[in-house]
Structures are given as C-alpha cells and as structure tokens.
Design a protein around this ligand. Structure first.
Ligand code: LIP
Length: 270
C-alpha cells in the first residue's frame, strides 16, 4: 500500500511540474504551434502547445509518480492505484495564449480520495502564470503563497464596491445565457473583469486583486489548483447554493461577499 506523501512534498512537485511545463510554453509562444483542433465549438481551440504541455506533464508524472491517476484537459482521465490523482490544465487561457495575450497559466493540482471535485480533497496546487511571471502555490493545511509571499485573509467590500471576475463558455447557447446573467450583475458591482484564465482569476481573488469571481461551466482542471489557493488564503469557494463548487457554478471570494454574490446570481436566474 503506497503512502501518500505529505502536502509539502506534493506542493514542491506541483511547482516543479508547472514551472517545467511553463518553460516549454514560453519557448513556443512565438508560433504557439497553431490550432491543432477544436472542441465544443469553432472558437473552443486546442493549440499544438496545449497538447505538447500535457504530454510533457504526463511523461514526468509517469516517471515520478507512476501509481497516481491523471486527469487532464486534453487527454482525459487515467485511473491510478495510489489514491492520488493529478489534475492538470496544460494551458489555462488557451485563447489568450493563441492571441499573445499574457493572461494564461499552467495549472497543476494533486487531489486524494476521488477525481471528482465534489468529493476530492485537494492536497496541493500550483498556478504558474508564465508570461506574467507570477506563481501561486498552496498546500492543504499549510497555506497559500504568491511568489513565495504568504497570502492571508483580507476584508471584503460589499458587493456594490466589489471588482468581480467572470468568464464565458464557448458555445452560442452558453454565451447567450451568460451574457444575460452578467448584464444583470454588472449594475450591482464596482466592475467586471473577464481575464480569460479561471486559474488566474481564482488566484487574483486569493491575493486581493479581484474581490470575487464567478463562472458557470468550469472544468475540474480549470479550478482544482486555484480553488485550493483561495481556500488556503482564507477565502471561500462554493456553488450557487453554498455547497461545493461544480461545473454548475463556481463562486470565490471573502465569505460574506461570496454569499452576497451568490444571492445576486440566484436572483438573476443563474
Ligand atoms: C478557460 C477558462 C476560462 C473560461 C474560458 C476557458 P481554457 O479555460 O480558464 O475561465 O472563461 O472560456 O474555458 O479553455 O483556456 O483551458
């Protein structure tokens, strides 16, 4: 029976993997490898670098943690036998990467118990914003950091003074609903930001550069590492009615503000 390494050891491995993958992505920024394929719509693209980075992460994990499972955006889920699953988004913010906009990241998390965000226990995570030169890390029960600086709880403003991040799916149906929803939220907040990488959005909530964030339709790999950074920095991450975040809704921020935003989203028909 393999023992699960302590969160500090897993954190070091998350960061090493994310930084190694980031160096590959940086080296390929010039041509991003082109669009390899599309997924849910013609604008839901996968670049060659998305595929290269996930292959690199999986190869390193096969070498270092051969008994662990892996869940990745581009190659899906491979079960393990150790009780640990690595949840990876090779390029979070792919469209930004494609257009040369610096708001993209490598997101690497490791979870125990299950590979389902509704029931897993996040053990450690790293969000490495390659072009921005910023790296957020967190380990269960140990804390969260931005570039090695410890992150702690901070007072949250009321909703009317909150800078709120969000994002949108890639299909016409999703965008029609999400556009109507944000139109109702915008008049109730300081302002909205759509930065294009959920992992970075969540980490900006953790370090106070966003007051809150919500998004419908996040995948496990988009939110696994960033959600741990938020919670270990003293913030809340939840669903629309207070339970765990899920593809139905992810809301992050200070505890009181998250509840105020959740109520506004429910009232707007989310
Ligand atoms: C992205 C998310 C972002 C969302 C984008 C996209 P990807 O992930 O991080 O929050 O709004 O539509 O889903 O596809 O770049 O890995």
């Amino acid at each position: 029976m393999s023992t699960i390494p302590d969160p500090a050891e897993l954190l070091a491995l998350c960061e090493d993997l994310a930084r190694t993958a980031g160096e590959h992505a940086r080296a390929r920024t010039a041509d991003h490898g082109g669009v390899a394929r599309t997924k849910s719509s013609a604008v839901d693209v996968v670049t060659a670098v998305d595929e290269e980075v996930e292959a690199l992460l999986r190869a390193r994990l096969a070498e270092l943690r051969p008994d662990d499972g892996v869940l990745g955006e581009e190659e899906g889920s491979v079960a393990g036998t150790s009780g640990l699953t690595w949840v990876v988004d090779p390029i979070d913010g792919t469209v930004n990467f494609l257009y040369g906009i610096p708001s993209y990241s490598i997101s690497v998390a490791v979870v125990s118990g299950s590979a389902d965000p509704l029931t897993w226990t996040a053990e450690a995570g790293c969000v490495h914003a390659v072009a921005l030169g910023t790296t957020w890390t967190a380990a269960r029960g140990l804390g969260a950091w931005r570039d090695g600086e410890r992150l702690g709880p901070r007072p949250a403003p009321p909703l009317a003074r909150a800078l709120v991040g969000t994002g949108f799916g890639y299909t016409v149906e999703e965008r029609t609903l999400e556009g109507a929803l944000v139109a109702q939220i915008l008049p109730q907040v300081r302002d909205i930001r759509r930065l294009g990488s959920a992992a970075i959005d969540l980490c900006l909530v953790a370090d106070g550069r966003l007051d809150a964030y919500y998004e419908i339709g996040l995948n496990p790999w988009d939110m696994a590492a960033g959600s741990l950074v938020v919670s270990e920095a003293g913030g809340a991450v939840q669903g629309l009615t207070g339970g765990p975040a899920s593809p139905a809704m992810t809301i992050a921020g200070g505890y009181d503000l998250v509840e105020e935003l959740a109520a506004a989203l429910r009232a707007a028909g989310a």
